[in-house]
Design a protein around this ligand. Structure first.
Ligand SMILES: *[C@@H]1O[C@H](CO)[C@@H](O)[C@H](O)[C@H]1NC(C)=O
Length: 217
């Protein structure tokens, strides 16, 4: 199950990260994004009713890879797992969550954090907050000593940079406001979210395809 989540993330190139002010808006926004072609979606744990929303989406979209994000403790990780999550993300590294039986993507920033998370058993890490510490160039630099460690780039990424991040070695990027635009969410404009999600899914798809051509597996 965790290897499936991992390969779905790498094949998609984009993880859509949703936070919403209500369960109702979260559900509608998630549906719009998934119908637009998003295949990996993370819901931030502070979203009201997050576990019910996740459970509902897991039933409606059994082939979509679903996760819970910004998880800071083991209890939330277990609730996410029980609700049907395929992966968990954190802004930092929590050893307790790594011991759970599903894909855990810890947040890391420095080379030492990357290597120690990987050595502790993380199969993939989230470089966060990437835009604040150098963006695409930071990922390119980190991939030199760590070509074997899969990395997700997260924080402040716009859709036009998805290709650049993936070309420089990111396995996938996290897009939040770039898909779930704050204004569109507050106005419940799910058509706008559909359009943003469609564009993002396409960018991910094209970047992943380009990479497969350069480095056939
Ligand atoms: C929703 O967003 C779309 C695309 O950005 C825009 O064309 C449309 O006018 C918006 N609808 C409303 C009701 O604001």
């Amino acid at each position: 199950m965790s290897t499936t989540a991992m390969s779905n993330i790498v094949n998609s190139g984009v993880i859509a990260c949703l936070r919403a002010q209500s369960a109702d808006v979260a559900l509608e926004a998630a549906r719009a994004a998934i119908q637009a072609g998003i295949s990996v979606l993370e819901i931030v744990v502070s979203t009201p009713g997050v576990f019910q929303v996740l459970h509902q989406l897991a039933q409606e979209f059994p082939t979509t890879t679903l996760g819970v994000g910004t998880v800071l403790n083991l209890k939330d990780a277990q609730n996410a797992k029980n609700a049907g999550a395929n992966f968990i993300m954190s802004p930092a590294f929590l050893k307790d969550i790594l011991d759970e039986d599903l894909l855990y993507i810890p947040g890391v920033m420095t080379p030492t954090e990357i290597l120690s998370s990987y050595n502790a058993g993380a199969k993939i890490v989230k470089v966060y907050p990437v835009s604040a510490i150098g963006g695409v160039q930071y990922i390119a630099t980190l991939k030199k000593p760590f070509p074997h460690i899969p990395m997700v780039a997260s924080q402040g990424i716009t859709t036009d940079l998805v290709g650049a991040y993936i070309d420089e070695g990111a396995s996938a990027v996290v897009l939040s406001d770039a898909i779930f635009d704050k204004k569109a969410i507050s106005q419940r404009n799910f058509t706008a979210i559909y359009q943003l999600a469609r564009f993002a899914a396409l960018q991910g798809h094209e970047a992943v395809k380009r990479k497969e051509k350069i480095y056939p597996s």
